[in-house]
Design a protein around this ligand. Structure first.
Ligand SMILES: Cc1ncc(COP(=O)(O)O)c(C=O)c1O
Length: 372
């Protein structure tokens, strides 16, 4: 928190992203994965495909930069960052040209889309690499295990693509844990495909941050030799139980917002209650009169439940443009700033808001690789 007379130089609301912490976390994870011959994709979608973050991850040694949005990959590449670029969401038909142009590899699940990728690659005189995703029970993207061989066979007809590996994604929509059983299943699918088609699959991408615990504890990684990591780098937490990981720095970013109103008011609204702008009926606890502050951002900008004030205060409500806070015993004044730690969900949403300025701390970590 800073006093009103010192804030004029920095705009708020802003998100401060510490590139030194992102660099350190990425480097430590990369080193850890290397001990078991697992390569690392650094996932940048959580920071809106920030070139500075991609540069810090690249400097820290990630083998690939991965993002779910081709627009982000394009921006990172155009900023001059050199790495292998992976689109980690099945391409949409309307983006085929850009996918082939900007991504070296894409994750795929649909034959029709791969056919278009192949045609575009041939037109651009390229070979586009793909990783076929198999659904091991999370029920988001993926070919069912029993359909992998027939899909693989059809893809061999397409001359503009090369299937370099297979992957899976767990711990997402179905929140299924990527445990040893699931990873063994993935390895078995690799063995079966290799045997059936007499090929070598090079990239076996076992999953995301939720795979860390399995990676750490497993004595047999089978054929898995790659992980795609985003959230853990930014939060420093295991994404299965949300406990901090010793190896990593927590809170690589902070949200800062300034106060536009402070008033002593009741804690309970008065009058007949209806639904708020988001269709909810708000519930408040009676604390008598409290010191209420209003911050200059709201639900339109950030996932409110993912914010935790760094100091002893409490978020008590939010609308599109305002967050109200119980200041408790704090003596802060109008114009002062309040700092928040963010969950990954809050980070993703704050990065996407055009009303929140993005400020990088320790900028030199975002520049290293750009120059080399
Ligand atoms: C296919 C895929 N792989 C990897 C990731 C990275 O996941 P996490 O941020 O949990 O590491 C995501 C999500 O961003 C994803 O959709």
């Amino acid at each position: 928190m800073r006093k009103a007379d010192t804030i004029s130089l920095k705009s708020a609301p802003r998100i401060e992203i510490d590139l030194a912490k992102i660099y350190q976390n990425t480097k430590r994870l990369k080193q850890r994965f290397s001990t078991k011959n697992v390569s690392m994709m650094g996932v940048t979608k959580g920071v809106l495909g920030s070139p500075a973050v991609a540069a810090a991850m690249t400097a820290a040694g990630v083998d690939f930069i991965a993002d779910s949005r081709i627009e982000n990959i394009k921006r990172i590449k155009e900023a001059g960052i050199k790495n292998n670029f992976v689109l980690i969401r099945t391409p949409s038909m309307s983006k085929i040209h850009d996918v082939v142009k900007y991504a070296d590899i894409s994750l795929n699940t649909e034959i029709e889309i791969v056919r278009l990728l192949s045609e575009e690659a041939l037109a651009l005189k390229k070979i586009h690499k793909i990783v076929l995703m198999v659904d091991l029970g999370d029920l988001r993207e993926g070919i069912l295990p029993g359909d992998m061989a027939s899909t693989f066979r059809k893809l061999r007809e397409f001359k503009g693509i090369q299937t370099i590996g297979i992957g899976t994604n767990l711990g997402c929509i179905g929140a299924i844990v990527p445990d040893q059983k699931k990873m063994d299943e993935l390895s078995r699918i690799v063995f079966d495909l290799e045997k059936k088609f007499n090929i070598d699959l090079h990239l076996i991408s076992g999953g995301n941050s939720a795979n860390y615990r399995w990676f750490d504890q497993s004595r047999n990684l089978g054929r898995i030799n790659n992980l795609r990591i985003g959230e853990m780098v930014y939060t420093g937490c295991d994404t299965i139980n949300y406990q901090p990981i010793d190896l990593l720095e927590c809170n690589t970013s902070r949200l800062v917002a300034d106060i536009i109103e402070i008033k002593e008011k009741e804690s309970l609204p008065s009058g007949t209650v209806c639904t708020d702008a988001f269709g909810n009926v708000p519930v408040f606890s009676d604390r008598g009169k409290i010191s209420r502050a209003i911050l200059v951002l709201g639900r339109q900008d950030v996932l409110i439940q993912g914010l935790t004030p760094v100091e002893d205060m409490e978020i008590i409500g939010a609308s599109s443009d305002h967050i109200t806070i119980d200041l408790k015993d704090s003596s802060i004044q109008i114009g002062d700033e309040i700092h928040f730690n963010l969950t990954y969900g809050a980070l993703v949403s704050a990065m996407t808001s055009p009303y929140i300025e993005k400020v990088y701390l320790n900028e030199k970590y975002g520049e290293i690789i750009k120059q080399s």
